[in-house]
Design a protein around this ligand. Structure first.
Ligand code: XMP
Length: 435
């Protein structure tokens, strides 16, 4: 289905993504393009009903004045640009605001009255379109997908499964640094319930052996990332006749790779460092979606709420929360305390409120008392933060009774732990993770 589109030309405004989301929330599809797009390039895009130049003429980016191609105004497409006499419509957009409602109200007359765009962008249409496009791209060939169980890979899996069924081959690598029950959930949901073609690889021992004695956080990340690719590559080599690699690339990844710098918007062709002879063609059905739209897409595909509204989880997993050199007993303490924290946050309704929450176990011990005797055991640190974009973050002011219940349970249920602390630090000066 051809959907109408409003094109936003990027003059370095930080509000472009908010603007695109606001237009999509009105039911009209919108994409962001570099300011110097030519009329010819613009005409190759289908169903462009209007152009919004956000930021006015002659914007200064990095000390250089930039403006759109003047011929854009003669392309026969309505242009909305504050302060330009050739614009069809000159509305000053609310600046420096994340208020989607205010932006929606400001652009609504332009989108519907001036451009006569039709509100035909919604998740049902999106999913149907993508299924059709994937079938056209892939035919009866096979797609390989690394299914971590995170939001993006889960939604891609559900979509590809609908489109090509068993020609999708999912590989779930359990590196032993997953949260409690996480790998089991992936197998249950995709293997048992959705009957996906799922290969489950448990490489816990291999990862923990590689990580033995490695203290440096960057070194740990490198080992985890590198080993992950090697395992995935080994699995890929065992399979025959795979032509495509499914990826959970989403719109922010694409926008960030090609706006202000005036390059054409292009996909991140990042196959995660796979070797030359394993270069697949990419299938990226979510590449047009913002994160909240990815979640809506997941719900549309029938995935459970808890799966599509999961909190973010770093690629290196619990490996960066078991500080310093990872040991099995401390890793177990992180996993068990994290499970308790998640359970109690859910009971207190905090799981829907707090952006990210987890526990950390440092690599030092403190003195305590257990069964009337001196103990020398690990502390557990609780971290709960809120943020818009993960660049800065504030701490959640969790109520004392909730914290005390969590503390009580951790001290009773988690082995080798005698102390629980709450991390009060915002980002900056701290980061969200400890490593
Ligand atoms: P920091 O610790 O930098 O984290 O404040 C910001 C956000 O990014 C997540 N994070 C990662 N995500 N791979 C990921 O996919 C990683 O290596 C990684 N490190 C940090 C972190 O959980 C937080 O949400």
């Amino acid at each position: 289905m051809k959907q109408d589109m409003i094109v936003i030309l990027d003059l370095g405004s930080h509000e472009n993504t908010v603007l695109a989301r606001a237009i999509r929330a009105l039911g009209v599809y919108s994409e962001i393009y570099p300011h110097d797009i030519t009329v010819e390039e613009l005409k190759k895009l289908s169903n462009v009903k209007g152009i919004i130049i956000n930021g006015g003429p002659c914007n200064i980016v990095d000390g250089v004045a930039i403006d759109v191609n003047p011929s854009i105004y003669e392309a026969g497409i309505p242009v909305m640009a504050a302060g330009h006499d050739k614009a069809t419509c000159a509305v000053k957009l609310p600046q420096f605001t994340d208020d989607i409602e205010a932006i929606k109200a400001a652009v609504k007359p332009f989108v519907f009255e001036t451009c006569k765009a039709e509100a035909n962008w919604n998740m049902t249409n999106f999913v149907n379109d993508q299924i059709e496009l994937v079938r056209r791209q892939v035919g009866d060939r096979k797609v390989l997908l690394a299914l971590s169980g995170g939001v993006d890979s889960s939604v891609v899996a559900a979509l590809l499964l609908k489109a090509i069924g068993n020609n999708l081959v999912c590989v779930h690598v359990n590196h032993g640094l997953m949260r409690k029950g996480e790998s089991e959930d992936v197998v249950e949901m995709f293997g048992n319930q959705l009957k996906a073609n799922l290969i489950y690889v448990d490489v816990t021992d291999r990862f923990l052996t590689k990580l033995e004695g490695v203290e440096d956080p960057e070194q740990k990340r490198k080992i985890i990332g590198g080993e992950f690719i090697r395992v995935f590559e080994e699995e890929a080599r065992k399979l025959d006749g795979i032509d495509f690699l499914g990826q959970g690339t989403i719109y922010p990844d694409i926008v960030e790779s090609g706006t202000k710098t005036a390059k054409m918007v292009k996909s991140h062709h990042n196959v995660g460092g796979l070797p030359e002879d394993l270069q697949f063609e990419l299938v990226e059905p979510l590449r047009q979606l913002f994160k909240d739209e990815v979640r809506a897409c997941g719900l549309e595909l029938g995935l459970p709420y808890e799966m599509v509204y999961r909190q973010p989880f770093p690629g290196p997993g619990l490996g960066v929360r078991c500080l310093g050199a990872i040991t099995r007993d401390r890793l177990e303490a992180v996993r068990e305390s994290d499970a308790i924290l998640r359970e109690e946050f859910q009971l207190a309704g905090l799981d829907k409120k707090v952006w990210q929450y987890f526990t950390v176990v440092p690599d030092f011990k403190s003195v305590g008392v257990r069964d009337n005797a001196r103990s020398f055991e690990w502390p557990v640190i609780i971290r709960a933060v809120n943020t818009i974009d993960a660049m800065t973050a504030t701490i959640e002011q969790v109520e004392w009774p909730v914290l005390m219940k969590i503390t009580d349970r951790i001290l009773k249920e988690v082995k080798h732990v005698n102390r629980v602390c709450y991390d009060m630090s915002p980002k900056p000066n701290a980061t969200i993770e400890w490593e």
